[in-house]
Design a protein. Structure first.
Length: 571
């Protein structure tokens, strides 16, 4: 490793001891990035009662003693924590917090989430495939994985594209810690970010993330989506409309840079889930890119056409699920994104296509596949993305009212979990909250649903709870980590991410959300490390080999973009 430790101009806002949970030290757990002037300022003290000992020094030198609101006991470890309200800190500036020898800074800023929001979106530029990265500063790299000579795997063969056919499938984003590209997760990630864009278009129109397309007339978020949409186009079989499940090497590459990768790359079996996700996101893109045809002439008509063709293939092949164990010559062992239920994908795709076309057949299918209850969006359950289609269509749309009622019931139940919690947040109060990708699927995505509820009601009733989940991500949690790379005073330095591990730069790509505490510890027997704790909310380790707790992924970062940009837009 060399001595480069900058985070591409991103300032670290706090400084503390940053000791890990479980080391016996008193801990001041707080949002390490910053609070808005009107936001509640809650911290958590672990290990000792701070009454009469905690000191807060304001920018003008005034000293106060913050109030301890309540004591909380972990339902798993039995650790005692104290929830402390710092009070109405509306003056912008740096506040100094001290408890004995431990000290830290609490930042109050007009737009505390602006830089982390931009970095979370800019991350997608840094993980582009098939082009040289020339605007990444320290993270510039030459072209890797051109993907202009990709093989059709036997599982993907068709009469007009037999096995071994060479096709071109460039561009797109690397999916996660690996170098493959997966349609299911790519489409889900785009869909999640487009949903947030549709709710805050003016904010995104003004958000400059310094990418090659920043000087055109299209918002940077849409430009970034187009880079991945351009790849998705190539994943549709032009002869029948079905969509290949993924573009992959037979096995994961080692922790090497893209230019060092030598395995052949294949498109593999068409699947109904990939095809429907493709149809949904192409339909949404066809609608949302309409004002920007100066930059992307002809795109909207093409996207609409391929979306409808994909949907027709899915209707004709409703049980074409991806079964990786059946792939031979060669066998494939990379990420599966397997899903044996396509009802939610049919609902999302039909809803999106109905919004685009107004055709009765799509409405009929949406009604047939509508969910019975709202669930937070994940790549394996996209029903809520279909719900968001109807909620964005506003009152009067066929399924607006039932989707609204489902969302409100979900949100009302969610916010009840913050009361009495150890870290004053809806997330993290049940052992089931923790697991693979929990910080995205169980923290960011539910918080995004809360913002939808506020948007519908025209209030900020639920926004404080969404901010509480953001506080959890940014340091007010059992580990003491700010879980977004490049921010806070203790953030992951060794994520399970091949370029960050292999590029010779100490600091990882900034703006990445890691998966988070995972008591399943599926990687613990690999022999490279030991978790510091078995407790659900402490089962995290900052080690590049920890794919179970420290990997990154585009769907996780998409949820971070959606949540943090929306919060920033409404600050």
């Amino acid at each position: 490793m060399n001595a480069k430790k900058t985070f591409a101009g991103l300032a670290l806002l706090c400084a503390t001891t940053g000791m890990q949970a479980g080391d016996g030290a008193v801990q001041l757990r707080r949002n390490q990035v910053g609070y808005g002037p009107q936001q509640e300022k809650i911290i958590v003290v672990e290990g000792t009662n701070p009454k009469g000992k905690l000191r807060l020094t304001a920018p003008d030198g005034r000293v106060s003693k913050p109030k301890t609101v309540r004591k909380a006991v972990s339902p798993w470890s039995g650790k005692t924590r104290y929830v402390v309200d710092l009070g109405q800190l509306t003056e912008v500036g740096q506040y100094q917090l001290s408890l004995g020898k431990e000290k830290c800074t609490v930042s109050v800023a007009e737009h505390p989430l602006r830089e982390v929001s931009k970095a979370s979106l800019r991350l997608f530029y840094l993980i582009r495939s098939g082009v040289p990265i020339s605007m990444g500063g320290d993270y510039n790299r030459p072209l890797g994985h051109a993907d202009t000579k990709v093989l059709v795997h036997p599982s993907a063969a068709s009469p007009l594209r037999p096995a071994g056919t060479v096709i071109s499938s460039p561009l797109g984003w690397y999916d996660a810690g690996d170098y493959n590209k997966y349609v299911v997760n790519s489409a889900f990630s785009i869909g999640l970010m487009l949903a947030a864009y549709e709710q805050q278009p003016q904010y995104f129109a003004a958000l400059n993330t310094n990418i090659p397309e920043s000087q055109n007339q299209t918002p940077d978020l849409l430009d970034e989506m187009m880079f991945n949409l351009a790849w998705l186009f190539t994943m549709q079989d032009p002869y029948d409309g079905g969509v290949y499940h993924k573009l992959t090497t037979p096995n994961f590459e080692g922790f090497i840079m893209p230019t060092a990768c030598k395995q052949p790359r294949y498109v593999v079996a068409k699947s109904v889930t990939a095809t429907l996700d493709f149809a949904a996101v192409m339909a949404d893109a066809a609608r949302l890119f309409e004002p920007f045809q100066q930059d992307y002439p002809g795109f909207c008509a093409q996207a609409a056409a391929v979306a409808e063709r994909a949907y027709q293939w899915a209707k004709a092949n409703p049980t074409a699920f991806y079964r990786q164990e059946r792939l031979k010559d060669p066998a494939v062992s990379t990420g599966t994104y397997g899903d044996m239920n396509a009802r939610d994908e049919f609902f999302w795709a039909a809803s999106a296509l109905y919004r685009l076309t107004g055709k009765q057949t799509y409405l009929d299918d949406a009604l047939q596949h509508q969910p019975k209850a709202f669930t937070a969006p994940t790549w394996g359950n996209v029903a809520s993305l279909g719900a968001y289609e109807w909620l964005a269509a506003k009152d009067g749309a066929a399924l607006f009212q039932p989707m609204k009622e489902q969302l409100m019931a979900y949100c009302d139940d969610l916010v009840k979990k913050a009361e009495g919690s150890c870290f004053q947040s809806p997330f993290g109060n049940n052992a089931r909250d923790f697991g693979w990708g929990c910080l995205a699927e169980n923290c960011c995505c539910p918080a995004m649903a809360l913002l939808y509820a506020d948007q519908l009601l025209g209030t900020q009733k639920y926004r404080p709870y969404a901010l509480q989940n953001a506080d959890y991500l940014l340091g007010r949690n059992a580990t003491g980590y700010c879980f977004v790379t490049g921010f806070g005073d203790q953030s992951p330095m060794q994520p399970h991410h091949r370029p960050s591990a292999a590029d010779g730069i100490d600091a990882p790509f900034p703006g990445m959300l890691v998966g988070g505490p995972n008591p399943g510890q599926q990687d613990k027997n690999d022999g490279q490390f030991s978790y510091p704790s078995n407790q659900p909310d402490e089962s995290y380790i900052d080690h590049s080999a920890s794919y179970a707790s420290n990997e990154i992924a585009i769907n996780w970062n998409a949820s971070l973009v959606a949540l943090f940009c929306w919060l920033d837009a409404t600050e």
